[in-house]
Each structure stands twice: as C-alpha cells, then as structure tokens.
Design a protein around this ligand. Sequence first.
Ligand code: PLP
Length: 373
Amino acid sequence: MCEMEKSTIAIHGGRPKKVTGAPLNYPVGVSSTYVAGGSAVYSRFETDATRALEEVIAELEGGDTLSFASGLAAVKAVVDTYAKAIGRGLDVAIVEGAYNGTRMQLNGSKGFAVRSITKVPASTPDLFCESLGKLGDVDMVWLETPTNPLMSVLPIAKVSAIAKQKGALLVVDNTFATPIATNPIEFGADVVIHSATKYFGGHSDVLGGTATFANPSLAKEADLYRRLNGAILGDFEAFLILRGIRTLPIRYRAACENAAVLVELLKEYLDQTSIYHPSLLVGTDGYEFLPQQMLLYGSMLSFDLGPSPFIAERFCERLRLAINSTSLGAVETQVERREKQELGISPGLIRVSVGIEAQRDLVEDFGQALERL
Ligand code: PLP
C-alpha cells in the first residue's frame, strides 16, 4: 500500500487493534500500577493512551516520539538528556524570537545542563545562517520557525548543514508550523519539539508536549529521563490531545485559509511592511526555500499598530470575537499585544492566532476594529 496522507494518519493512527468487540479508542486509564508480568507496568513509564498518541505523532513527524506533561517539560527533557549524553553542560545557540519560556528555562539551567547561551539574530535567513556560521563550536542549535512574533521563516536544511559542521544537535520547535506544514526531520533536524497545548490539542483545554527524535538511541535516553523525572503526560491529557490530533489537518488548513483572508484585509488598512505572515515572504530574496519547507503558511500572524500600547490595547478590546489571551493554535481566534523591546518589537504589535470561525464573521470583526483605528 502506498504511504498514507497525513489527514488519514491523523484519523487512523494509534487505534486499538481492529478485532471484534474492540473499542475504537483506548479507555482513559485510572490505574497507577498493573498486576506484574504483563507489558503494562507503571503509569509513570507509559500507558495505552500515551503510547497511542506517540504512535500518531511519530508517523506524522517521522521519528521516535515521547509525550510530556507540557511543551516546556519536553524542552527540559531534550536539553537535560543531551547534556547527559555528551557528559557536560551544553553550549547552545538559540534563535532570536524563540519562545520566551524556552529561553528562560535554558537560562535557569545555566551551571547545570547548560554552559552558555548565544542568541542568533533572525530577521532574515541569510543573517541567521551567517551569524550561526561565525559562532565557534556549539553543542546544540535551537530553532523555531516561524519565529515569534515576527514570523521570520528560517531554512532548516541550511541550518542543519551548519549545525552538522559544528557537531551540534539541531532541535526545531515546530509548534507554529505543525507537521501538516513542515516536517523538520525531513530537512535534517535531529529533534522536533511541540507544545501539544497548541494546535495538537486545539481547544485551549489541555497542556502537553512532545519530542520526536531522529535518533532512536537518544529517544531511549530521553525515555529513561522521563521515567526518572516523572515528566510523562497524564492519561486524560493524552486522550484529549489524541482527540485533537484527529482533526488537526482539517483545523490547521481551515485556520491557514482564514489567516490568508485576514492578511488581505490588513493590507487594506496598514502598510505591508507592518504586517508579518510567512506568505508575505514568498518570492522575496533569500526565501527561495520557503514554499518547499512550508506546505501551508500557517495561521499565526502579527501586525504593528505603532508606538502606542494604548491604541493596540483598545484595538484588542474592540474585537468582539477574537479573545485577548496568551496562547495559540486553538479553534477560537486569539489576539495578544506582544512587546519585546530588546528585539525592537514595538508596543503596538499584536499577534494573532487565527482560529476556524466563519471567514465572514472574522472579517467583520477585524474590519470594524480596523475601521475605528
Ligand atoms: N514552544 C512554543 C513555540 C510555545 O509557544 C510554547 C508555549 O506558549 C511552548 C513551547 C511551551 O509549551 P507549554 O506551554 O505547553 O509548556
């Protein structure tokens, strides 16, 4: 049989064996331990629900997958496991515009799993690759693409080649793109991280994370780390996230279509240079790799309403549908003012995680708020 499409894998992966009387979904486990002698031992190691979820993500991303209690628990597991594997604290090069929590966690690990952290500027792919290339040897390159919140897209294949020259492990946080748009391992990444809290769960009702490893022996080490640190995803959470995965392809596509429509609407009111979405980079110098790397351009976008935080805040208040809240990847559209002075991000920057509401209603909502600027 030919390889299945991702929308089919998302629906049929991780199901119990199709035999007479079998349930279609694994029941949510409520037992911490099991009678000795069988394959199930103890819920801190794995359960039917976590294994089922991991099977599907493994198929979608193309590697060995482990699930964790949150995205940041997955980040910590990867960093600590790799530091242990090479026997010292890591010198990490991290993309400017990586998730704040990841940067704070790496900083908090200084002196233990992390020896040094170098931020690499990411306003263009060329600048990122040149700056990374000029660094001395590092142990780990931490990439997020698109970046947050300026949606810069970085070339995973080229970054992987540079990381290999340095002998570094390339970790890609693929939360924004999801495996529906991008498979980092295909482009040379060693590890792929997801905050499953976002698009995988998709309904703002669960926390979780995953790490997918190209190298099975590193996955094994991370599994041991997870067992010993009690970092595994809970059973009910695994059930919710797997339920979310069933509709991930269709939700992500619909959200991307809505984002494209909102970008067009924003162009009617704002200068294009103050709107940020991967689609706007297509065809520009240095982004030749983009259509091949991103099969869809994502549902995260941002736009800059200028130096006043009050105008941006008032804009968010005027939205009737979009919810002012600090997460992303859900069925409902979410907006948030992002201000990062150190990255030159103006106080009027609004990040939008576009949901899957009816296009007409979203256009009406953003249209009336833009009209009153
Ligand atoms: N990676 C990205 C890109 C995120 O946006 C987040 C959370 O916002 C995380 C990782 C951390 O995930 P979690 O909140 O599930 O720990």
